[in-house]
Design a protein around this ligand. Structure first.
Ligand code: NDP
Ligand code: HSE
Length: 440
């Protein structure tokens, strides 16, 4: 049989990783796919840059249009990133009858609905395993491996850069900016690293996971997004004293006929496996009604790890090239005409427990004021740490863990607390989830 011909858009961290893995494991990949896979053309901005992979035998171009219009190419692999020109190129590739593989979560989370519609009409595949959690085959696990379950919730560490930063801060006391620079140098970070540290990248990924878990359209604009840039070393240390770790989590949960979709730093009991996922590693917990909680772990970013997922998608496309297009696994796991109309819950209605850190004046009656405000909002305290004042200081840090309460009630309590003369500055608030198997 003729080899399947691939065109690659982008020769950066993932593009070069993909070429290297395809070359290194060519024999085994051919045995799995049933056909030889040949990279015939690749595009990058600059043709002068030295590449981290062997591009001999590949026709290079600085015009990606050459690839999406090349009649010899069967599969276009988009590894440029961002919205444009990636969207235009992917739509042109589909229009020209090419199957598409992409690692671009921003593109899928924001434009996936229109991309899948065009692909469906054209009878081509769009595969995006590498878009979520790097090398972990989480899309396949949810879409295929858990197809017998009603998914109840999922929660994951889904940004490698963010987890790398939090881990280095915790273990080595390193500075945020210094660790971020290292993550960029290692090829983990997005072209715009604020996507990593402000939670946008994780929200892109969570949007995709929620769609395939609950059978809903992609709704990135409804995701609540909070990053890690406000987390201090003190918070990490207080959380540890309380028996928790701070992790940046994406959480999506079915509650009645609505779905939570939120990304924020979260305290997790240190005994949970996911609390011990460190460095660039990612992990996703998925709770299905039949299987119970399941956990998927692996490298969340990096050249070879991401290439592993890209190549798996290429193999899937090659395997299905000869099968009936209407019987392929649907893009969002559920049949396109069977998507559910579940609305996304506003963050105000979401219930979690909370870690709060505030600077309070060291005088009688302050705690009574705080508990009165909590009492009025129905907030109950689970644990409390009050530190000794520093030499000569009259304010002390007060750290609290609360039981679960709706976000709007906590917002109201925090506003009232911050208005008290006895509380100085802003209150640090981090949501806390226990992620135990009884959570429904
Ligand atoms: P890089 O920045 O390393 O590579 C991007 C590549 O695209 C470069 O080779 C660049 O060319 C090329 N490029 C950019 N604009 C154009 C253009 N207009 N025409 C032609 N080529 C262009 O990015 P990554 O490899 O890190 O990321 C690629 C995708 O994979 C992104 O969507 C990212 O989110 C995703 N991803 C990345 C992971 C990682 O660990 N890095 C993990 C999972 C997903 P040149 O080199 O000449 O500048
Ligand atoms: N910037 C992303 C991360 C790459 O750090 O997780 C993998 O999607």
């Amino acid at each position: 049989m003729e080899p399947v011909k691939i065109g690659i858009l982008g020769l950066g961290t993932v593009g070069c990783g993909t070429i290297s893995v395809l070359v290194r494991n060519a024999e085994e990949i051919t045995r799995r796919a049933g056909r030889e896979i040949q990279v015939v053309q690749a595009a990058a901005r600059s043709l002068k840059k030295k590449r981290d992979c062997d591009t001999s035998g590949i026709v290079l171009t600085d015009n990606p249009e050459d690839i999406v219009t090349n009649p010899d190419i069967d599969v276009v692999v988009e590894l440029i990133g961002g919205y444009e020109p990636a969207l235009d190129l992917v739509m042109k590739a589909i229009e020209n009858g090419k199957h598409v593989v992409t690692a671009n979560k921003a593109l899928i989370a924001v434009h996936g609905n229109e991309i899948f519609k065009a692909a469906q009409e054209k009878g081509v595949m769009v595969a995006f395993e590498a878009a979520v959690a790097g090398g972990i085959p989480i899309i396949k696990a949810i879409r295929e491996g858990l197809a017998g379950n009603r998914i109840e919730w999922l929660a994951g560490i889904i940004n490698g850069t963010g987890n790398f930063i939090l881990t280095e801060m915790k273990d080595k006391g390193r500075d945020f900016a210094d660790v971020l620079a290292e993550a960029q140098q290692l090829g983990y970070a997005e072209a715009d690293p604020t996507f990593d540290v402000e939670g946008i990248d994780a929200a892109h990924k969570l949007t995709i996971l929620a769609a395939i878990a609950f059978g809903i359209p992609l709704q990135f604009d409804r995701a609540y997004t909070e990053g890690i840039s406000n987390i201090t070393r003190e918070d990490v240390s207080y959380a540890e004293q309380l028996g928790y770790r701070i992790k940046h989590l994406g959480i999506s949960r079915r509650v009645g006929d609505r779905v939570e979709l939120r990304v924020h730093p979260t305290l997790i009991p240190e005994r949970r496996l996911i609390a011990n996922v460190d460095g660039v590693m990612n992990a996703v917990l998925v709770k299905g009604d039949a299987v119970g909680p399941t956990l998927y772990y692996g490298a969340g970013a990096g050249s070879d790890a991401t290439a592993s997922a890209v190549v798996a998608d290429i193999v899937d496309v090659v395997r299905t090239l000869t099968t009936d297009p209407t019987n392929r696994v649907p893009h969002l796991a559920f049949q396109p005409d069977a998507l559910a109309d579940l609305s996304i819950m506003p963050i105000d209605d979401v219930e979690t427990s909370y870690y709060l850190r505030m600077q309070v004046q060291d005088k009688p009656g302050v705690l009574a004021d705080i508990t009165r405000i909590f009492g009025e909002q129905g907030i109950s305290i689970e644990a409390l740490i009050q530190k000794e004042p520093a030499e000569g200081a009259n304010v002390v840090p007060l750290i609290m863990l609360t039981h679960r309460i709706a976000e709007k009630k906590m917002n109201s309590a925090i506003a009232q607390l911050e208005a008290l003369d006895a509380i100085e500055g802003k209150i640090m608030r981090i949501r806390c989830e226990h992620l135990d198997s009884n959570w429904t």
